[in-house]
Design a protein around this ligand. Sequence first.
Ligand SMILES: Nc1ncnc2c1ncn2[C@@H]1O[C@H](COP(=O)(O)OP(=O)(O)O)[C@@H](O)[C@H]1O
Ligand SMILES: [Mg+2]
Length: 427
Amino acid sequence: MRVLVVGAGGREHALAWALRRSPRVEELFVAPGNAGTDSVAVNVPIKASDIDGLTEWARGNEIDLTVVGPESPLALGIADRFGEVGLPVFGPSREAARIETSKVFSKVFMQEEGIPTADFEVFQDFDKATAYLQKCPFPLVVKADGLAGGKGVSVCHVRQEAEDALQVIMEDRVFGDAGTRVVIEECLTGQEVSVLAFSDGQTVMPMVTSQDHKAAYDGDKGPNTGGMGCYAPMSLMTPELLDEIQRRVLQPAVDGLRLRGLPYVGVLYAGMILTPTGPQALEFNCRFGDPETQVILPLLRTDLADVLEACVEGRLHEMTLRWSKEASVCVVIASGGYPKNYRTGYPISGLDEVADLPDVQVFHAGTALKDGMIVTAGGRVLGVSAWGDTLTQAINRAYCAVGRIRFRDQHFRHDIGQKAFTEGVGM
Ligand SMILES: Nc1ncnc2c1ncn2[C@@H]1O[C@H](COP(=O)(O)OP(=O)(O)O)[C@@H](O)[C@H]1O
Ligand SMILES: [Mg+2]
């Protein structure tokens, strides 16, 4: 099988790493990739947003399966375009991807399908939205409708904060057209969990659950990031709870989309919050999570190429997913200053030293090759994943490797995985 992975981050390195282990994958390409994917696959210098370029290249190179990492090419219709020219692709169509790319679509869809989610209102008029705040209890949550790079959501404790959020989204248009409409919703409390699932449009199968650490600093302090680390399985998850999420969230979503003429092929990622009255869906994403993928795939025992192919061919029901009983963790090492301003181009040392550590795998997120050296090239630079019989063992292994990696101004959280012990049942 000749496989192409689209994207350039840690998620795509993890996908390429897992696919490389499949005996069925003869040739593996990543477009555009990074210095890490370069060691397991052939990097193809085409940007993930260049849909024409990717289509032409995949056709010319007789690609049997394309796996799309990020949401942006899906929002641009990569799956539709590949489909038109007969190229098998793992990832939803542009319309089906609206489950992530439009919060309004997603919330209305959840309401129509009876999927448990926070109560909400939609506004496209700034004055009406502001007026609505007068009669709302606080805290509440303001969300820009469209893609906003993880910055379009504000949890507001007082009215002024919510007015400011509306101003930024609807009037200043900081997120462009993503701010034409807003969702104002009830604020829920509880632990968050990422439930990713494989879908072939009919059958949906959850993966091992995980918990992300979004804040930049220890103790969940500081600004929100793309994710500073993750662990799996999520400590509060039980087979019963996962079954409930499957029945009340994942299956109704896949069924509801199919009934709307939007068969959903790809990863359906439910961002859940475990409230005192039960699990509620905060949002859907239309692709693998980053860094969730870097803790999930090391635990997958079934051949990933087989699973993805079964999804694309509409026969996921034939598959059984097998998972390791181990726990895993991923610690992100970022550039100092991230998620705000940071500098790149610094050489990274210690990668050779950790390359042979057992049960540890470094996934590159923002790296590049410069004059034969691996240098920093992004906000999130590396994701150090490790696994073990217990979460404690996995955490110790990961931080042991993190301690050997160095680059100028590096920053990482020291408490990745601790949520499992402080707020959950622990391991
Ligand atoms: N209704 C809500 N109640 C409490 N917290 C929320 C709610 N909606 C979102 N959040 C918080 O905001 C974060 C981002 O919201 P989300 O809907 O996942 O948007 P995105 O990931 O697109 O920025 C969530 O992970 C959660 O921490
Ligand atoms: Mg989210």
